[in-house]
Design a protein around this ligand. Structure first.
Ligand SMILES: Nc1ncnc2c1ncn2[C@@H]1O[C@H](COP(=O)(O)OP(=O)(O)OP(=O)(O)O)[C@@H](O)[C@H]1O
Ligand SMILES: [Mg+2]
Length: 329
């Protein structure tokens, strides 16, 4: 299926599981307005894992947070739509979004120590989003929490279900976050660098767990990472961001990695078709996107289609803004 939602045989498909449609988000800083997300469009279909990569500050986390209705107070959606199975999540002052969050969509954050409530027992946190809705008492919720803890590979869950987050290791806390996300049987999972804070051995275990969970739930996944080896192994489709913009994206990760169309994507990949190890940073490319206040606020030209389901920012016009903080060598 392609980004437009058409089937391979050309017949029209139903709405995408998640569709971000020309999304613009601005930050209000000291009385001025700055673009943080600029014309973001992407889709995730049921069962699809889309990787979202880009330099620090490019807007990956904010893309996920906007979808989950978790924007910081000084950030606002200025235009565009986010649709979940065709329902506009932003249309009714957030009511639809609240209903869908916790029932159809879940998010796993980078740092579970921050995302988890330090004064709530982990078992309760796992079932918090579902217990009230399903009318469960304490015992039933606790049993379900233990069941989920087993599923995410926490040994001896009876011992840990009543513990507080600080009593758990980093890997266990991340498993708790995943269990909490899985509790509502989400159709769509957002992951923001879920393994970055973990050591390499635990990272591999958590990644396998994610893959299993996604396959079991047949969920859509939007997966933010800095690690292209994870993307290559784990994702079906890929979007690349820089300075609040999509630079390039494709419904065929393999095609795009083999022959990236945009110089920034090539730079990000180190122009090496064999994808192994972390991003090879090209000479001259800054470690992070330019600060908001130094970015061009002028509209940039829209993405051009390379092939159906594969788009890139036009090279030439607008490129200067994309590389405002340094440029590709
Ligand atoms: N509350 C805020 N007010 C103003 N600017 C913000 C706010 N939150 C984020 N930003 C800015 O928005 C931009 C995108 O931030 P975001 O956190 O989405 O980046 P990211 O791609 O996730 O980066 P990283 O890889 O470092 O996590 C950055 O320039 C950041 O400074
Ligand atoms: Mg981030």
């Amino acid at each position: 299926m392609n980004a437009g939602g058409a089937m391979a045989d050309g017949s029209p498909a139903g709405p995408a599981l998640l569709e971000i449609d020309r999304l613009h988000v601005s930050a209000h800083i000291e009385g001025c307005r700055y673009k943080v997300l600029d014309d973001i469009s992407m889709t995730v279909q049921t069962g699809e894992a889309r990787g979202l990569v880009g330099e620090s500050g490019s807007g990956k986390s904010l893309t996920l947070r906007t979808c989950m209705g978790l924007l910081p107070q000084n950030l606002f959606v200025t235009s565009g739509a986010i649709r979940f199975k065709g329902r506009d999540l932003l249309a009714d002052g957030g009511k639809t979004l609240s209903a869908v969050r916790g029932a159809g969509m879940a998010m796993v954050f980078q740092e579970p120590a921050i995302a988890l409530n330090p004064v709530m027992r982990v078992g309760r946190q796992i079932t918090d989003s579902v217990a009230a809705r399903r009318g469960w008492g304490r015992r039933q919720a606790r049993e379900f929490a233990i069941e989920l803890m087993v599923q995410v590979g926490i040994r001896d869950p009876q011992r840990w279900v009543d513990a507080y987050p600080h009593q758990l290791s980093g890997g266990m806390r991340q498993r708790v976050m995943i269990a909490a996300a899985a509790a509502c049987n989400p159709e769509m999972i957002f992951c923001d660098e879920p393994t970055t804070a973990l050591d390499v051995m635990i990272q591999a275990q958590i990644l396998r767990l994610f893959k299993k969970l996604q396959q079991e739930l047949h969920a859509g996944l939007l997966y933010v990472t800095h690690d292209l080896s994870v993307v290559a192994e784990f994702c079906d489709t890929l979007s690349v961001m820089y300075a609040g913009r999509i630079v390039e994206q494709s419904d065929s990760l393999v095609e795009m990695l083999a022959a990236p169309a945009h110089p920034y994507t090539r730079a990000l990949l180190g122009a090496v078709p064999r994808i192994k190890g972390p991003i090879q940073r090209p000479r001259g490319l800054s470690a992070s996107a330019p600060p908001l206040t130094e970015r061009s606020q002028a509209p940039l030209p829209p993405l051009v289609e390379i092939r159906p389901g594969w788009q890139a920012a036009p090279v030439g016009a607008g490129e200067a803004e994309l590389f405002a903080s340094g440029g590709v060598a």
